[in-house]
Structure formats: structure tokens, C-alpha cells
Design a protein around this ligand. Structure first.
Ligand SMILES: Nc1ncnc2c1ncn2[C@@H]1O[C@H](COP(=O)(O)OP(=O)(O)O)[C@@H](O)[C@H]1O
Ligand SMILES: [Mg+2]
Length: 376
């Protein structure tokens, strides 16, 4: 096991594409680190550079404190699990899993023991005699995982390893990965485009956009303290709502309404700002009828669509006079609508009006030009 450091690591492809731009990241020994971001943001390239499958254009990668830029993949002692893993079709599961050990010259007894341990951990003990073609997608993925585990490598690199699995199996495998990591304690870098997966798996998550790390934080901090509008809109589902507003003398202006900003928010705004981008997560809104008689300001909203999800009802609403901005990925027909996460007992129905209570303690404020958070 070892720490993994990326020190201003950049990758320029010959065609001029800058896939990774000055990544600066220290991954601790034993840490479970996630790289998350939309397709094409440089996750795979970053991982391939750590593995030694792709040359670094500038910067340095260190494993266990040792610079590895010039080391071959085999010399780096790292195990990689891909989305499209290749198993040897003519070999049994046992032989597939033990293959890297054979290459390392590990003895038969030791090898058998390690394969049995890995198979037990992954729940594939009964499959050891089978050939890959006799396995389901999920079982094959476990075999690929087993092949990585038996090596006892310095680090695991996983590139969307669960994306070929169906939703239920994916959730199950996620939980197993967390347990596996807790048990083995091997430094892991896990790449995914799925923010839910990132939030459930990671101790720390690095959010990437266009080859640049936007924020590295715990899932909770990413959600409650996004550093910019990219992170704010990427993390969370439905995405954060964005509105044009003004913050002036401790008040927030939205449309023709003025709201007093909570003291905590006021204290955190670095200075008077004027025009701002206001971020409100769906849960900042509640059905006023069910919210009791508290101090929260009330808003009248026109309900466009409701989705009854059981524990909550999502309502897409429009508030007259409020100017929304589309940053997340809303379906076109909902562009400009605000998502509100309501108590399932809400009587909000499409085509009707609902009175909402707005929780300003949950407000986020961003610079309109740069998208940077204005809260400390
Ligand atoms: N071999 C290559 N040559 C040129 N551009 C590449 C190559 N591999 C990836 N890219 C580009 O680099 C960027 C990052 O790609 P990638 O690391 O695969 O992203 P991700 O894994 O986040 O989807 C993309 O713009 C992609 O088109
Ligand atoms: Mg990729």
C-alpha cells in the first residue's frame, strides 16, 4: 500500500487536446479517492497516467513517495480494473484470477489460498471451475476484481468498473466495494461519471471538469459547500436551481421580492456584491401548508409537473417574476422551472398553484461572471 501524489500533472495529446490540466492531488496511503466528472473531462487519462499506460506531458506522479514517471506499468505494482475487462476465455475463473500471481512466480499453495480468499470476499467461490463465457456480466466483473485483489498491489485503479452492471447489482457491488476497501485498506482511485456513485463510495471526491480539478472534498462538503457553479450543479439530483438575484445590504432580491439573509450567510459573504447568481437546492423549498407557522418567507408557485417518488414528491414549478438560469441538465420541457422537493402529503398538482416556504439558511451565492462561490 502506498500514497499516490499527482504533482501538477498535465496531459497534452499530439492533436493538441489538453485532457488533464495541472492536476495537484495528494492521495493518502489507504485512502479511497474518487474522480468524478462528465464524459470527456479527463478521468480515464488521469488514471492511465498513474498506471503508466499513458505518458505524462508535464508534472510528476509519485507512488509511495517515489517518482514513477519513467517506470513501466509492471514496475509500478498497481492493479487496474476497467469497465471493459478482458478475461482469458480459455481459462477457468481460478486460472484467470491466479494469472498475475503465476507471472509473479508466487507458489501454488500461496496462490490457491489467495484465490480462495478473494473468491470468498467476492462471493464467487462456486464459480472457480467455470469459463468466462459461462458467467453473467456481474460475475465476470467480480472475476476481474478478484484478479486485482490477489496481487496485493500498492494501489487499485478502477475505471467505471460497475457501469456494465444493472442498477440493482451496481448498488450491491458498491456496498461490497466499500466493505472490501475497509477490509483490505488498499489505496484506491475510483473513476466514475455518476455523482451518486461518487457520493456513496468516496471518502474524498475530486470533481473534474475539462481536465481541471474543481474541488476535492468529502461528499458532504461538496454538497453543502460547492466552490463553484460547476460543482453545485453537478452534485445533487435534481440539480440545484439557479436564479438571477441581487445581494445588497444583507438582503437578497429575487424578482420583485426582498428577503432578509440569515446572519450566518451575511457573515460569510466576503463583501457587498450586487448582482449574484443564487443557488437553491430542491429541499430549500417546502409546501407551506405542511411547514407549520414559522418565519420562512412564502412564495406562490405555478406547478408544472409533479413526480411522486414515495418518500418525497418532486414538483417542477415556476415563480412569477423569478429569473432562472439553466446550468444543470434539465429536460428541455422543464427548462426555466424550479425543482422543489416536497413532503409526499403535498396537494401540489400540475396546473395549480402551491404556496412554498423558502429556507434561506440553505441559500448559495455565486459570482455571476466566474461562477465562484461567494460564501467562505
Ligand atoms: N489518445 C487520445 N488522443 C487525443 N485525445 C484523446 C485521447 N484520449 C482521450 N482524448 C481526449 O481527452 C479528453 C479526456 O478523455 P478521457 O480521459 O477519456 O475522459 P473521461 O474518461 O473523463 O471520459 C477527451 O476530450 C478525449 O477526447
Ligand atoms: Mg473514461
Amino acid at each position: 500500500m502506498a500514497s499516490v501524489d499527482l504533482d501538477h500533472v498535465t496531459k497534452d495529446f499530439p492533436d493538441g487536446t489538453r485532457a488533464v490540466d495541472e492536476i495537484e492531488l495528494a492521495i493518502a496511503d489507504g485512502e479511497f479517492m474518487i474522480f468524478v466528472g462528465p464524459s470527456g473531462c479527463g478521468k480515464t487519462t488521469a488514471l492511465r497516467m498513474v498506471a503508466g499506460l499513458e505518458k505524462v506531458s508535464s508534472g510528476e506522479i509519485r507512488i509511495g513517495g517515489v517518482a514513477v514517471n519513467d517506470l513501466d506499468p509492471v514496475e509500478r505494482d498497481i492493479a487496474m480494473v476497467f469497465q471493459n475487462y478482458a478475461l482469458y476465455p480459455h481459462m477457468t475463473v481460478r486460472d484467470n484470477i491466479s494469472f498475475p500471481l503465476k507471472m509473479q512466480g508466487v507458489g501454488r499453495r500461496e496462490s490457491n489460498g489467495r484465490v480462495n480468499d478473494a473468491a470468498r470476499l467476492l462471493g464467487i467461490e462456486e464459480l472457480l471451475h467455470r469459463k468466462p463465457r459461462e458467467l453473467s456480466g456481474g460475475q465476470r466483473q467480480r472475476v476481474a476484481m478478484g484478479r486485482a485483489i490477489v496481487r496485493h498491489p500498492q494501489a487499485f485503479l478502477m475505471d467505471e468498473p460497475l457501469s456494465n452492471l444493472d442498477a440493482k447489482l451496481r448498488v450491491q457491488m458498491r456496498a461490497e466495494l466499500v466493505k472490501l476497501h475497509a477490509r483490505l485498506g488498499v489505496t484506491t482511485i475510483y473513476v466514475t461519471h455518476d455523482q451518486t456513485e461518487a457520493m456513496t463510495l468516496g471518502q474524498r471526491v475530486a470533481v473534474l471538469s475539462k481536465g481541471v480539478v474543481q474541488q476535492v472534498d468529502t461528499p458532504q462538503r461538496l454538497y453543502s459547500r460547492p466552490t463553484n457553479t460547476f460543482v453545485a450543479s453537478f452534485i445533487g439530483s435534481p440539480a440545484m436551481n439557479f436564479l438571477r438575484g441581487r445581494a445588497v445590504r444583507g438582503e437578497l432580491e429575487l424578482g420583485d421580492r426582498r428577503f432578509e439573509l440569515p446572519a450566518e450567510v451575511r457573515d460569510e459573504i466576503e463583501r457587498e456584491r450586487g448582482d449574484v447568481l443564487v443557488g437553491l437546492r430542491p429541499e430549500a423549498f417546502a409546501d407551506a401548508l405542511l411547514a407549520g407557522t414559522d418565519e420562512r418567507p412564502r412564495l406562490h408557485a405555478d406547478v408544472e409537473i409533479t413526480e411522486q417518488l414515495g418518500p418525497e414528491t418532486l414538483a417542477y414549478v415556476r415563480i412569477p417574476g423569478f429569473e432562472t438560469m439553466e446550468l444543470g441538465e434539465r429536460p428541455v420541457e422543464l427548462a426555466g422551472a424550479l425543482a422543489a422537493r416536497l413532503d409526499p402529503r403535498t396537494r401540489a398538482r400540475p396546473g395549480e398553484t402551491v404556496e412554498l416556504a423558502l429556507d434561506l439558511e440553505q441559500v448559495h451565492l455565486f459570482d455571476r461572471e466566474t461562477g465562484a462561490s461567494l460564501l467562505r
